[in-house]
Write a protein that binds this ligand. Sequence first.
Ligand SMILES: O=P(O)(O)OC[C@@]1(O)O[C@H](CO)[C@@H](O)[C@@H]1O
Ligand SMILES: [Mn+2]
Length: 447
Amino acid sequence: MLLSKYFHTYIFSCCRSFAYLTIRDRLPEILSKVVDTVHRHKNKFFQEHGQEGVEAEKRVISFLSKLRNELQTDKPVIPLTDGLPDSELWNQYLQQQKALLGRNERPSWFKSPWLYVECYMYRRIHEAVKQSALLVEFPWFQSKKQQLFFYVIICTTLKIIYLCNILCSIGFVIDAGKSPKIKELMPFITQISLWGNRCDLSISAGRDNSQKSSLLASLEGLKAFILVDDSKSVWSVLLESKKTKAEETSSTRVDIILDNAGFELVTDLVLADFLLASQLATEIHFHGKCMPWFVSDTTKEDFDWTLRVLQADNHFWMSNCGIKWEGLAKKGVWVYHEHSFWTLPHEFRDMAEVAPDLHAELQKSNLIFFKGDLNYRKLTGDRKWDLTTSFHQSLQGFHPAPLCSLRTLKADIQVGLQPGQGEQLTASDANWMTNGKYAIIQLSAST
Ligand SMILES: O=P(O)(O)OC[C@@]1(O)O[C@H](CO)[C@@H](O)[C@@H]1O
Ligand SMILES: [Mn+2]
């Protein structure tokens, strides 16, 4: 059996690989930006904590500079020493990586699975902050994420959701399954949330990557770039569970495993709003990161900040949505969850063993949306699957509930394509897997 085919994406496997270039170029650039940000806040640390604040800032900068040097000189990956609740799991993972390599080798920055090392870098940044109690609240990537909250575009999007709500409230949605309006709106709302994933700050090493043109105007033209489109089946899953659930309990639950804050988060909130307004779901559970992750990933602070900023806006549609969404969160119709599993290096097939509580929570869902590229890498184990391998097989037994990936392609992993489709894409666009132009709406409904 050609086992190596299904090995993790290793960095050193090819010096020009996307993984290699990420570790060589993008990660040091991100680290340098974090150092700059800390440095620029030197006066603030002094004002707030006096000389002690300045000393803390110096310690963090020296820790981060050492980290960048370890990375750039391919030093061994070292255990975490901050004693935080997840550090034991990280250190066990390192031991497992060592065992895989054999006795005389040690995992190093360039000789390890890409997914592992990339996650490890963000966890080490967290270690740097946590070593000084004074700087714990420091918003590493916050200002960048807030820039992603691109006003005009969000405004347009919210205008649409407002219209959807009007449709719903005037009675188009008596029965979501039968209403042609709802059926028309479904693909539209799904695609908004899908293309929202184009804007992440890790792929651009922190440079502004926001949606500048109107997404709504581009949706039709973008359809040709959706390589797998299971949206019809996705909505059937919900319609079916609505029918069967109605007999058992009255609730239909959808979970959204969030990705980036800023524009993408707003598109996800729009999706959540639509699911409720169309009565396809009765409760929405959001899952975010518990520490800054891959620069732009959503934390609880980002989620709350977004609702606050929307509410306080002068624009009618913005404040209208903000107030409504805050109300849904207060009533418990929208529930926000945090779990440390999302910031571990493990692929999702390990969830049942490593985080059984989270797995059990997800089993309560009728449909789980996994947003973004990193989640796709973790769903498929970041392995070199044949492009035609089924999505279900690539999940390797991970199936808490029907699940759907909404992802723009920004890493060279893909499954579930038609025979010949990959070859055609390579012939027309050599970088189709990593340039963020293409996307998938990919469902795994069966257990
Ligand atoms: O999960 P997201 O936000 O869609 O993407 C995160 C991401 O840009 O980070 C990595 C590059 O550093 C890529 O693998 C991946 O595409
Ligand atoms: Mn992200």
